[in-house]
Design a protein around this ligand. Sequence first.
Ligand SMILES: Cc1ncc(COP(=O)(O)O)c(C=O)c1O
Length: 419
Amino acid sequence: MGKRPDFESNLSRLQKKLKTGVGPDDESMDYEPRVVCELSGKALVKNFEAIRDQAKDKGVIPMIKANGYGHGLTWAAQTLSECRDVAGFGVATLEEGLKLRTELSNQMRRHRIIVFSGATDFTEEKGRFCLAHGLTPVLSSEESWNLFDRAGFSSKLPYELEFNTGMNRLGIPDALAPKIAKRAKEIATRAEGNKFLSGVFSHFATAEDPNHRVTRDQLERFRAVRSVFSDLGAVQFHMANSAAIWNQKQIDSLSITDLIRPGISLYGVPPFPGAPEKGIQPVMRLKARIIQITRLKPGESVGYGATYTVSGSEAQEAPVFMATLSAGYADGLHRSLSGPGKKCENGGYVWISGKASRFAGIISMDLSSVFCGPEAKVGDWVEWLGSHIDPWSQAKLAGSVPYELLTSVTDRVKRIYVD
Ligand SMILES: Cc1ncc(COP(=O)(O)O)c(C=O)c1O
């Protein structure tokens, strides 16, 4: 990967600094944390390389918005900044961009930081902020583009244009592409070349389904957008998120683009249920300690609302043990993973004593209960996100998607950067 020699030592210094956790700081904390979020830098880099290899000669914009999908914004950028073919980093907000510029001034010097939604709706204040901190705004509406251009930013601040090809969330209507391309060419002629429009892109709504009518339609509409900008030198085109990269053979968006924008797959989650792993592995592992074990008798229940009660037949089959975990919804453990009972029949998965088990009863703010065997001990760690748990199955039980499980981990969870 060609890391500079001082990179390893800088990285490890920064990783030490980044070990966060509320309450006592690292030096004075000589007891086991309640909940741990383990993060693997090696896995993040390997995933990046596996994704880049799938897309062959494309540059990569790692999407590290939303605090690096919950893994740590600065850590994710730092870990990936020396990888070959990084073509900038994707953040959501202006604040995330500023944080990167401030905390990683050396590593980020040569990287663009593209602000995907935070500069919409555009104002002159936002333009000045981007200029001052070296951020590349995305202009996603006709109004934003007009204001950007009228205020003179189009000839002094690098920017990207997002076109709406069917997601109908953000983006300049694709029908306006010829008009905007014409104006961009006028600016380029005056400046003796296109110096500031760095990219033109769109975003897939249904890339997990290559045959979806919307996927096919978006691709054709983007092809048309691309054609009117193609003679503006230095513009790079991009469209593919993780699902489109995985389905590239059927979608073929890569043949009309220069860059890819992977998010969820970088963090080791296959981009849709049942998607092959293609060499990626989980970067995050969430685990909590068993702090108490209780044996329940028939007729006894667990947790608020007594939603799970041991039946006579269950207790006859085998003794029923409950492990109390030091993790609850205030740590980001979704309450919707609560276990069997009147209202929540399908408890979320845990990995305990080397096998799979389930949450039992209602997950509360700081605590939760899981079924365990007689071999479980106080102090054992129990995982609910990581290599033993399928993220899509877990997310389905939570009525959600892995994206939300990853980004829900709260500040009081101790982050440990394992490698
Ligand atoms: C504009 C844009 N590009 C790329 C991505 C990455 O998508 P994924 O995490 O599905 O790879 C996102 C994420 O939502 C996005 O908003």
